[in-house]
Structures are given as C-alpha cells and as structure tokens.
Design a protein around this ligand. Structure first.
Ligand code: 5AD
Ligand code: SF4
Length: 604
C-alpha cells in the first residue's frame, strides 16, 4: 500500500495551462487561472514540472486540433510513468468532440466546453482525488502482480483507463437564458484583478456565442447562442481593470457590434442581472440600431458609456465586427471619443458574391464596401493624426472556389487596403453545414498557392500603408520585449527585462491565427499560414543610434514591441535598465524605418 498522500498535495498540484486559438480563449484562460488560484492551485510555465496539464483548445481549423492530439499522445506516454498526472481538455475541441475524445485518448481526465468553464474548479478537484486513488490502487496491483502474473496485462489496461469528469454541453442553449449561462457570468464577475498581474492591457467580454452560422464555422456549435452581458457588469469590470492600472481594454465578442441590452426585459436571479439573448440585430435605413431607446443600451451606447465613465482607459478597442450590422451611431461615437481607437477588424472572408452566398455571410461585396467607404468617410482623418486602420480575414479554397472567385478576392484586397489581413486555407469542420453539404474539393496545393498569392499581395499593401508613417511620430502602447530579444535572452540564459510582466496570468499562450495581445512577443501577428516571421527582423539602425548611447556609452539596449492606436506594430530600443518600466505605458516614437510588418523608430 502506498503511503497516504497529504491532503494538500492531492488537492493542489501545480498546473500547466496552454492556450490555443483566439482572444476569447485567452480571456477564458485568464478567468480559469483566477478561479483555480482562488482554490489554492499554483501555475508553472514548465509542463514537465506540472501535476495537472490543461489545454484550452480551438476547433476553428483542423491544424489547431492536431497540435492538441499530438500533445495528448506525448502525455499518454508520460502518464505511464506518472499515473497521478491529471490531463484536461477545455474549450471548443472538448465541446465539439464530446465523449468520443476520451474514448480515443483515455489519457484525458477532464473535458470542459467553453460554456461550462465555471465548473472546472470542482471537476479538477474530483479528478485530482480520483487519480490519487488510482495511484494507490496501482501500488496494490503491483503487489498482486508479483503473486499472480496473469493479472499483469489486465492491470496495465486498467491503469490507463481514466476517471472521467466530462461536462460538455452539446446542445445549443434555447430560451433567453439557461442556468449554465448565469454561472458563466459569475466566472466573468469573479475575475481577479490585481495591479501586479497584468501588462497594462486586458480583454473584456461583452457578448458570448454567435448566431450567424456561417457555413464553414464551428463557433456557433461550440460557443452556443449569442448572449449579451449586462452593461453595468462590463463597465464595472473596466473600472476595476483601470483601477489596477490597465490602460488598454479590448472588448470581445464574435460579432461585437450586435451588442444590445434591453433593460425592460432584464432578468435578475439571486441579485445578479443576467446576460440576455435579446432580439436579432436590426438597423434603420440611416444605419442605426432599430431598437435604440431610453431603456436600451446599444453597442454605440456601451462604447460611449465606457469612454465617459472610465477615462483612465486610454485605449478602448473592440473585435470582431460583423460588416452588415455596423451603424453610423457607432461610427459617430468613435469619431467623438478621443480614447476609442480608430481600428476595425471586419472580416470579408471572400471577394466573390458566389462564395459569400455559399458561406452564408449575408452580404454582397458591394454591401461590404458600402460599409467600408462609410467607415472611412467618418473616421479616416490622417490630417489630425487620426487615420482609420482596418484589418480583415479571408478564407481561400472554400468548396467550389474558382480561379475567377480567387481573382475577385484579390481585387477585394486591393480595394479594401487592410493594414493586415489573416488569410486562412479552408479547413472542413465536422458538424458545420459546409462539411455536411459541400465537398472539400479544392486540392491542398491550389489552396496553398492561392494563400501565398494573397499573402504576397497583402504584404505589398501593408508595406505601402506602413510607409505612410515614415517620418511621423506616433503614440505607441508598449506591450513587452520584442520576440527577437526574448529569444536572444533565452539563448544567452538571461531573463529579458519585462519577462516577469509578460505572462500576467501565468498561463502559456500559443495563438494560432489570432493575435497575442498583452503578451510579450506580441508581434506574432501572423496567422499560422503566414510565411513571414517578424521575429527575424533585425534593427541595425537603432543599435548604432547615438541616442541609445547617450546615458551610458556601454548601456545595453533591449528592443521593445508596441502598438499604435491603429494597431500597427512598433519596435524601438530602450536602455535595458529602464525598459521594464515602459511596459504597459504609452510612449511617443519617431518612425524612421518601415516594413510590411512593422514600424521601427526611437522614443522622443
Ligand atoms: N477554415 C478556415 N478558416 C476558418 N475561419 C473560421 N472557420 C474556418 C474554417 N473552417 C477563419 C475565418 C474567421 C477566423 C477567425 O477564422 O476567417 O474570421
Ligand atoms: Fe463564425 Fe461567422 Fe460567427 Fe464569425 S460570424 S464566429 S465566422 S459563424
């Protein structure tokens, strides 16, 4: 019999958490870290030192899921040696795969869908206890095997069969609010905010889920129906973050501009106002929310209120916008609000009407440009140093995409002039309409070619847009040490200045196709399909710049990575001792060199 494990050890093994996918997953991970820390769990960035390994997963493309499968394969081997190891799969992949995942990979102990994350702390406790009893049983079985070799193979099989705590909701929430949603709201409400635990930038969720059902997309199936959080909860969260020193807030939603909260039909349970499913977004002929009114908080109202009531937030932005539902009411608020960034991420997905219909996007190319032209007419004011920058998403190789459709998408890129665009190869996702009804008929080499053609074109456009900033001075929000210098520091074994602030939640972030904000190495803008890597950019101009040697002839400099209000990446060098202090601050940088990926300059 094993010596009994101490209660504290059983309940509080060290946790390694790795995040895949979008910003919503990064926020979910941050909330999970907070809730587990409150239970006494601590975190490690070293997977091999952890007693609990959690993956917060993404299902948007197959590639992201494959990474998790291969990690689980490695853990299955490790678990033979470390049977007490607890493994959890959180997020969209857990939801999409359901119990089938555990059948395929019995190394998994816990599965939690994105709409059930509030249940993770109790599930984890159960799993830790259960694994501890398996370890004790194994010790007994080892003794038994000594006397009865017949048992050996049976016992081995049993050892690898897990105790499972599965909480994946495979059905879509139906009425205004399911009980699961209330609990999920509690997870957001209990967010731990501390002045030492952020890099000056934070995400705040305003809506969950999506109702659009684009035919390629798994998100409505994994994250459920669109629900809007009460405005007071959002504003309070922004205030708490600002009080803790956060300067930049990014509001999150799959279709963020659908936000609307109708106070007349608000439901309160246990003293807590509940998130609201609300009515389908509708706009008036002059492009405003059709349901606007005194007892309604529209997206425009929400932006205005955060801007006015939390002035300590110096940068307010939001992702992702849906192009058809973008009102002039929102554009007017952005124009009138100096602290709202003039940056929009509005995916077009294709430049062909035929493809847009097959994708069920709900707009034509002309309608997309009607919106983009209108947004630029309102917001593009470079003459007062307030240009509008726009980013997009494109899918190449959607079923049936012809060369003509592809050329139409190239034409869209030329006309849209995005500052950057994520370009993805279509990946057929089980459970989606496209996967059911449309054969994935574009060969991979054609997808790859179309992908690189569009990337090359977008790189030219991005380079032209960057070049417009040469010789100007920009306000740049410092996010951390550049990935180039982080790597250099790792090679030499030195800690890069700012490294301690760089991963505020203690969670490991691996962003595929999204962008890593508020995390060091934030220039990792490129999607997994992108061929260019900003980390290789060297900056000889600045390292030889006399300005850098002003204070101390031999002072070491470190390259910092920052963002403009329009979300362009800025690199500049700072003397190493002072660099950490700049992280999370806004500095003035004079731009003296530009590339398609970034602006390079020096502080003024
Ligand atoms: N295949 C490829 N790209 C996809 N996206 C969503 N689903 C798929 C898919 N099945 C892309 C879209 C979306 C972004 C988050 O991911 O461009 O805007
Ligand atoms: Fe997916 Fe379309 Fe919803 Fe975006 S709007 S999350 S692409 S279904």
């Amino acid at each position: 019999m094993n010596a009994p494990l101490s209660f504290a050890f059983m309940l509080r093994p060290t946790v390694y958490l790795e995040t895949f996918g979008c910003q919503m997953n990064e926020l979910d991970s941050e909330l999970v870290v907070g809730s587990l820390r409150a239970m006494g769990y601590s975190f490690t960035p070293d997977a091999s030192a952890a007693g609990v390994v959690l993956y917060n997963t993404c299902s948007v493309r197959e590639h992201a899921e494959q990474k998790v499968w291969s990690r689980l394969g490695e853990l299955a081997i490790r678990k033979l040696e470390q049977p007490g190891l607890v493994v959890g799969v959180l997020g969209c992949m857990a939801e999409r795969e359901g119990a089938a995942l555990i059948k395929r990979m019995p190394v998994v102990d816990i599965m939690v869908g994105p709409a059930e994350l509030d249940k993770l702390p109790s599930l984890l406790d159960n799993a830790v206890r259960t694994r501890a009893s398996i370890v004790a049983d194994e010790a007994d079985a080892a003794v038994a095997r000594l006397t009865s070799p017949m048992l050996a193979s049976e016992e081995r099989k049993l050892r690898s069969a897990d105790q499972v705590a599965l909480q994946g909701a495979t059905s879509r929430r139906t009425t205004t609010l399911a009980a699961a949603a209330d609990q999920l709201e509690m997870l957001d409400l209990s967010r731990a905010v501390s002045p030492d635990d952020h890099s000056g930038s934070a995400y705040v969720r305003i809506t969950r889920g999506c109702n659009k059902f684009c035919t390629y997309c798994v998100v409505p199936h994994t994250r459920g129906a669109e629900v809007h959080r009460p405005p007071e909860h959002i504003i309070d969260e922004c205030k708490r973050l600002a009080d803790a020193g956060v300067l930049e807030v990014t509001l999150l939603g799959q279709t963020v501009n659908h936000y609307r909260f109708e106070h007349g039909s608000a439901v309160t349970i246990g003293g807590v106002i509940q998130p609201q499913k609300g009515r389908v977004y509708k706009k008036t002929a002059d492009h405003a929310d059709a349901y606007a009114g005194e007892r309604v908080t529209t997206f425009a109202d929400l932006l205005h209120q955060i801007h006015e009531r939390v002035p300590a937030i110096k940068r307010l932005r939001f992702v992702t916008s849906y192009p058809r539902s973008f009102g002039n009411d929102v554009l007017s608020v952005i124009k009138a609000s100096p602290r709202i960034c003039r940056y929009l991420h509005v995916p077009a997905q294709s430049g062909s009407d035929r493809m847009l219909t097959a994708m069920n996007r709900g707009y034509t190319v002309e309608e997309y440009f009607e919106f983009l032209d209108r947004a630029r007419a309102f917001l593009h004011e470079p003459e007062i140093s307030r240009p509008l920058t726009v980013a997009g998403d494109i899918i190449v190789g959607f079923p049936g995409e012809t060369e003509e459709d592809h050329q139409a998408t190239a034409a869209l890129l030329r006309r849209a002039r995005y500052k950057n665009c994520f370009i993805f190869k279509y990946s057929s996702r089980p459970g989606t309409v496209a996967d059911d009804k449309l054969p994935d008929d574009i060969p991979d080499e054609v997808k790859r070619r179309r992908n690189s053609e569009l990337l090359a074109l977008q790189n030219e456009i991005s380079a032209e847009i960057s070049a417009e900033y040469a010789g100007t001075t920009v306000d740049a929000f410092v996010q951390g040490v550049s990935r180039r210098d982080e790597k250099k520091a790792r090679r030499t074994g030195a800690a890069a200045p700012g490294a301690t602030k760089a991963t505020p939640s203690g969670a490991i972030t691996l962003t595929i196709g999204g962008r890593a904000m508020g995390v060091s190495g934030a220039e990792d803008e490129a999607p997994s399909t992108c061929t260019v890597d900003a980390s290789h950019i060297h900056n000889p101009v600045l390292t030889n710049d006399p300005a850098n040697h002003h204070a101390d002839e031999h002072a070491e400099t470190v390259q910092l990575s920052a963002r403009t209000d329009g979300d362009l990446i800025v690199f500049f060098d700072a003397p190493a001792p002072a660099a950490t202090a700049l992280i999370g601050r806004i500095v003035r940088v004079r731009i003296d060199r530009t590339t398609n990926l970034a602006l390079h300059g020096q502080t003024v």
